[in-house]
Design a protein around this ligand. Structure first.
Ligand code: PXP
Length: 246
């Protein structure tokens, strides 16, 4: 059975909009686990736009399933990972101006750099995955780094504008999964998966887990709107019935 890991970055995005303490991604992670998530994912970005170091430390203490830290392959991030010791680290490319992770890690273009980061993380006992495009050259390069897993980028499939485009991307993903397995890698997938496009990815044999964030946090907000507004109107009604000074 394919496992679901929930990315709670965007709970922190809402918190950071006010700079306060709520909503807390640590609490969201706890609720995600209670609902059946088998892993929690956070991306500690260089610009700390959503997840903060405090979140990762607290998640390290509280996550009961598996904590997957997405990180850029940089020295400061390797140090942080070595201190916090997540169950696994996923190396992702990072650009300051991007809205979200764009494109996979260019392992084929930077084999020495990525291999050295993988080696340092593995020496700390951290399981390592590389987030890569479904591209045979990237899979070959990933296998040569010593990483245990690859996360296949499903963004092009999710963004394909029509059925022919989606089929073409699914075919690339299927081939990539087969090639990764043949190279001795374990396989996960993610990015842009939602309630409409996830089934065709879940059907692919060999993908062990899916990492999903934005669509789940979006649904949590919209599905929770009714209760949130009712709770507030109840309080306002109760206050206005009591009148001033009470
Ligand atoms: N996997 C990786 C490596 C990512 O960077 C992200 C986005 O943070 C995801 C999965 C989840 O993507 P989405 O938020 O579109 O579900």
């Amino acid at each position: 059975m394919t496992r679901l890991n929930v990315n709670v970055d965007h709970v922190a995005t809402v918190r950071q909009a006010r700079g306060g303490i709520e909503p807390d991604p640590v609490l969201a992670a706890y609720l995600a686990e209670l609902a059946g998530a088998e892993g929690i994912v956070v991306h500690l970005r260089e610009d700390r736009r959503h997840i903060q170091e405090r979140d990762v430390w607290m998640l390290r203490e509280t996550v009961k399933t598996k904590l997957n830290l997405e990180m850029a392959p940089t020295d400061p991030m390797v140090k942080i990972a070595a201190d916090i010791r997540p169950d696994m680290a996923t190396l992702v490319p990072e650009k300051r101006q991007e809205l979200t992770t764009e494109g996979g890690l260019d392992t084929a273009g930077n084999p020495k750099e990525i291999k050295s980061v993988v080696k340092r993380l593995r020496k700390e006992g951290i399981f390592v995955s590389l987030f890569i495009d479904p591209d045979p050259a990237q899979i070959k390069a990933a296998a040569a780094t010593g990483a245990e897993m690859v996360e296949i980028h499903t963004g092009a499939y999710a963004d394909a504008p029509d059925e022919a485009g989606k089929e073409a991307e699914l075919s690339r993903i299927r081939k990539a999964v087969g090639k990764a397995y043949a190279a001795g890698l374990r396989v996960s997938a993610g990015h842009g998966l939602d309630y409409f496009n996830v089934v065709r990815i879940a059907e692919i044999e060999g993908i062990e887990e899916l990492n999903i964030g934005h669509s789940i946090i979006s649904r949590a907000i919209t599905a929770g709107m009714d209760l949130a507004v009712r709770d507030m109107t109840d309080l306002i009604r109760a206050g206005s019935l009591q009148g001033p000074g009470v």
